[in-house]
Design a protein around this ligand. Structure first.
Ligand code: SAH
Ligand code: SF4
Ligand code: F3S
Length: 454
């Protein structure tokens, strides 16, 4: 009996890679074990974007060590696998397979070698391959939202980032294959599609047939699809036709995640982001000029080498100017092999901690103001889970905001309904369902009385 257990860290691309790896394993005759103790093959899909990722991985592998001798095999996948390569065998000799994401196409062969008893198998790419990991065998863990990777790798080489080294060179799937997958999952009952790429909008159709905006629109028109999201967009490749597509195609969600990293053009230059603050703000202006209320979110790195108080102030003032609905802030973390590794990590940890706290506090205030626009609005919500101990359900708006709501009858997860927003919190909205067939209940009536006052 071939059984496996997989543990996944990192971004949505990694999570979706794991869904495809699981699909491949099932196809190869493996069954998924609920617990690592029951598995003959343990796979560990790793991330190395920040902090001491390598140490964490080796620490975890050390825990695996005590399981050896039970006839188990171990595989390390993902970004740390690509980054550390065969060094993993030296530090953790009980590992038999080390493979980066650009080699997953060859997983069936690698698995066959593993089963034949080989114990030093590598799938390391080092920016060679032009192949993408296309498979019909994807074990999707969410039955309503389907992820589709449209572009892999990265050619941008920002000074701080490991991704160009861990995920290989930038390569896109043909739009025909993306659309075929979109149709296939729509027929299976998925209603939301999320297109993925480290820089999703750097997409270049190898057949030259569709631009990224055209592909977005085409996916949005697939029968049965109610919502289309895409992440992550890079400012360099953010074109006006993306905004036009969101305005034109109602199923495209009104949300753009556009990481800026810093509000200072000096820091942006040192980061090799290849745009200035002004250039970025022009893309924001296009997005704000849309007919739809497009929600904006971003990523920020604080404490990049050489970041002065003045530079950081510029970042804070950019937050005010854009008025984001969400900000993911990170302390700069030096990463192996990156150009910034050779710059002195000049900002003290206490300063990084303080800047991150200031950033988060400022953003909380901005969100409090921003979210107030939703009071009294009726927003369509896709139900994600619930009810909780207060009887509330949780769903997501098209702007990707968390909406908790009261509802007379418990709606099915994956269903859509309209919610009237009655209260706002720093990072969620609270309301009451208005489109379900509702028999008034005391809590519902109390909520409605609250609505009436707004
Ligand atoms: N391709 C996307 C981001 C991918 S990585 C883009 O270019 O915008 C996700 C986020 O991790 C980045 O936006 C950045 O904010 C953060 N990040 C990447 N490398 C980092 C590092 N060395 N230290 C701290 N944060 C980092
Ligand atoms: Fe990393 Fe920059 Fe590529 Fe984003 S664009 S993945 S931050 S190198
Ligand atoms: Fe991490 Fe690799 Fe994604 S480093 S964030 S898993 S691309």
């Amino acid at each position: 009996m071939k059984t496996f257990y997989i543990e996944t860290f990192g971004c949505q691309m990694n999570a979706h890679d794991s869904e495809k790896v699981v699909g491949t394993l099932l196809r190869q005759g493996y069954t998924q074990a609920a617990d690592e103790a029951d598995a003959t093959l343990i796979l560990y899909n790793t991330c190395s974007i920040r902090d001491k990722a390598e140490q964490k991985v080796f620490h975890r592998l050390n825990e695996y060590k005590r399981m050896q001798g039970e006839g188990k095999k171990f595989a390390v996948l993902g970004c740390v696998a690509q980054q550390e390569g065969a060094k993993i065998f030296e530090k953790a000799p009980y590992v038999s397979l080390v493979a980066g994401s650009a080699s997953y196409n060859h997983l069936p062969e690698m698995l066959a070698r593993l089963e034949a008893g080989e114990n030093r198998i590598t799938g390391l790419d080092d920016r060679q391959t032009d192949q993408t990991f296309d498979t019909e065998f994807t074990a999707r863990s969410n039955p309503h939202r389907g992820y589709i990777t449209i572009i892999e790798g990265c050619d941008k080489f920002c000074a701080y980032c490991v991704v160009p080294y861990t995920r290989g060179k930038e390569r896109s799937r043909s739009s025909a294959s993306v659309l075929a997958e979109a149709h296939r999952i729509a027929q299976l009952g998925f209603t939301e599609i999320q297109l993925l790429g480290q820089n999703v909008n750097s997409y270049r159709d190898p057949s030259g047939r569709r631009s990224f905006a055209e592909l977005l629109a085409a996916v949005g028109e697939v029968n049965g699809i109610k919502r289309v999201r895409f992440t992550t967009s890079h400012p360099r490749d953010f074109t006006r036709d993306i905004v036009a597509a969101i305005d034109a195609v109602p199923t495209l969600c009104d949300h753009v995640h556009l990481p800026v990293q810093s509000g200072s053009s000096n820091v942006l230059r040192a980061m090799q982001r290849e745009y200035t603050r002004e250039w970025y703000l022009e893309r924001i202006a296009w997005t704000k000029a849309a007919r739809r209320d497009i929600s904006l979110t971003t990523d920020i790195i604080v404490g990049f080498p050489g970041e002065t108080n003045g530079d950081f102030e510029e970042t804070l003032c950019l937050l005010d100017e854009v008025g984001y609905d969400g900000v993911y802030g990170f302390k700069y973390s030096p990463r192996p092999n990156t150009p910034a590794m050779h710059m002195a990590d000049s900002i003290a940890e206490e300063v990084k901690v303080e800047r991150l706290a200031t950033l988060n506090a400022r953003q909380r205030e901005i969100q409090r103001r921003n979210y107030a626009r939703h009071l009294g609005q009726v927003v369509p919500v896709m139900v994600e889970h619930g009810p909780n101990h207060r009887g509330q359900m949780t769903g997501r708006s098209t702007q990707n905001k968390t909406v908790n709501f009261a509802c007379e009858t418990v709606p099915a997860v994956g269903s859509y309904l309209d919610v009237r927003i009655t209260e706002i919190f720093p990072s969620s909205l609270l309301g009451v369902a208005v489109s379900a067939p509702l028999a008034p209940s005391p809590t519902l009536l109390a909520q409605q009385a609250l609505n009436a006052r707004i």
